[in-house]
Design a protein around this ligand. Sequence first.
Ligand code: WT7
Length: 663
Amino acid sequence: MSDESSDGEADVELEARLEEQDAFAPPESFVEQANVTDEGIYDEFEENWPECWEGAAELLSWDEEYETVLEDDDAPFYEWFTGGTLNASYNCLDRHVEEGAKNRAAIKWEGELGETRTYTYGDLLNEVEAFAATLRDLGVEEDDVVTLYLPMIPELPIAMLACARIGAPHAVVFAGFSADALATRMNAAESEYLVTCDGYYRRGDALNHKQKADKGLRSVDHDVQSIVVDRLGDELKHFLGTDARDYHELIEEHEGASVEPVSRDAEDMLFLMYTSGTTGQPKGVKHTTGGYLAYAAWTSHAVLDVKPEDTYWCAADIGWITGHSYIVYGPLALGTTTVMYEGTPDYPEKDRLWEIVEENRVDIFYTAPMAIRAFMKWGKEYPERHDLSSLRLLGTVGEPINPRAWKWYYKHIGNEECPIVDTWWQTETGGMMITTLPGVNTMKPGSAGPPLPGIDARIVDAEGEPVDAGSAGYLTVQNPWPGMLRTLYNNDDRFLSEYWKEYSDEDADEWVYFPEDGAKLDDDGYVTVLGRVDDVINVSGHRLGTMEIESAIVGVDGVAEAAVVGGDHDIKGEAVYAYVILEDGQEPTDEMRDRIVAGVEDSIGPIARPEQVVFTPELPKTRSGKIMRRLLEDVASGNELGDTSTLRNPEIVDEIDDQVQGD
Ligand code: WT7
């Protein structure tokens, strides 16, 4: 992140005042009303672990009480709240309606073009029941995986909750992913049902989504039945083939249906979420009904300070875990009003988000550093156009936030009156793991904070020994927690080797979870997360495997070899840099470059599009033939180049560097 501000003199003054300040006490007005204010909670959880997690389970309504909080006989295949049964859709809907919240807004949806839709808890329950009845009619049975390939429209959470109601795990595929990515996931999950839509708006344009879904379906190995939501009406005509049905017709047919929520075992799968790993094959992260839901609800309560009367907005996409836990399950389990926005932050104007905050009197706002860096670049005049005084708490997630962006967010969005929670977690952890409790802890810009109560996160060296305060090392989690993934779908071996191999002592039955992040231990025990230590890069808060991108590039005709790394980027955090060797006789033309970019978009999606494609006759390799990725990263980031003397071909580094810096 450059230290240049586009924001003129006022920022200079802010800088002067805030620059010196590296610790911020929680604002008094916030503490007075916070859900959690007692710092004794840390000791309490430690002394009373794992029973401390009963408090999380108590946020839910159980059909049958659990017998054991934590079952660790078969570690690291832990089980939580064993013997308990419950239904996630009942917990997110029926019980609130039964308690008199029928007319409270559950979802407030803002379309990109300014249309709005509000679903009360009563409305939402009705449509979820109608869709649950539809799915049953279609043949969906308990434990069948239903794939949801939908953008940010209300039918997405409706479909999720309908699946949950009948005990069919959902697998949401981010709408920005390509046809190939959809097919890979449907094949891996052997999913025979798909809910998708005709299209949606992006920056005012109608995008054809069904075309992508249809193309994906052609690469699925088994028969699939689809339901298509008509989002665009006359804007984009579409035709349903023999295997597809229209969502709205089906809802009409099943209107008024009553579908009993199926009692699920606490350990039954609630959903699958595919995420990128080191190898090319995405990992199907399995989350459960009891532990996941309890953890999403508890962290929403303790960290996001959600209360039923709030209007809460997490500006993420439901296609990622953030949206699952903190747009849908956490907030709805607590009976609050959750805002959903279809579009982009700068369309039609760069004040779109602040307009939504003002119009809905949003209390809590949760976003990503990439968005905050963009707001900062656009300038404070956009938030200043709106009354943001309804805000009480701000949050950030997805990648490290630099202190400057933190302070800008604190001042220009929060008016120095809202605590900021910088929440470290992952698809696999199901919910937040390291963050301050907003009503308890002092905030330090750039540092996520201490591990949450009950979470034993430690920073260790390569041997697994805890590092001293002030040192960097590898982040580990040394005890289980309710929201943790249970396994990788159909792949217990990969689950063990990806997360439990490095630091566990199997013979002693001591299991240590390794999230593949580096971190620094601050003097006060706070954790400053440094980023991934595996071949995963974080572009705009989205996780991409470099191997996935490399195999997409090598799949392009005429390409011989490719190496993909992340390079620093002002807004995105990291951007994709592709170093490509062409086959003999192939020319490094613009046309070739376009084909490579198209290849990546086809196999993954536009988010993985390379920032730069660098043609080179060779890649820098060690004498043993290993690609020196670190050097390629330095080149991409414009860093001083490290030692090249151990290379077989040191001269190639300067050649590549000239090309990248020259562009
Ligand atoms: C990776 C997980 C958790 C939902 C969004 C991403 C990075 C996440 C932070 C943070 C520094 C962070 C880590 C992590 N990350 N939050 N507050 N500070 N880094 O989920 O796609 O599973 O990615 O995002 O590197 O491993 P994900």
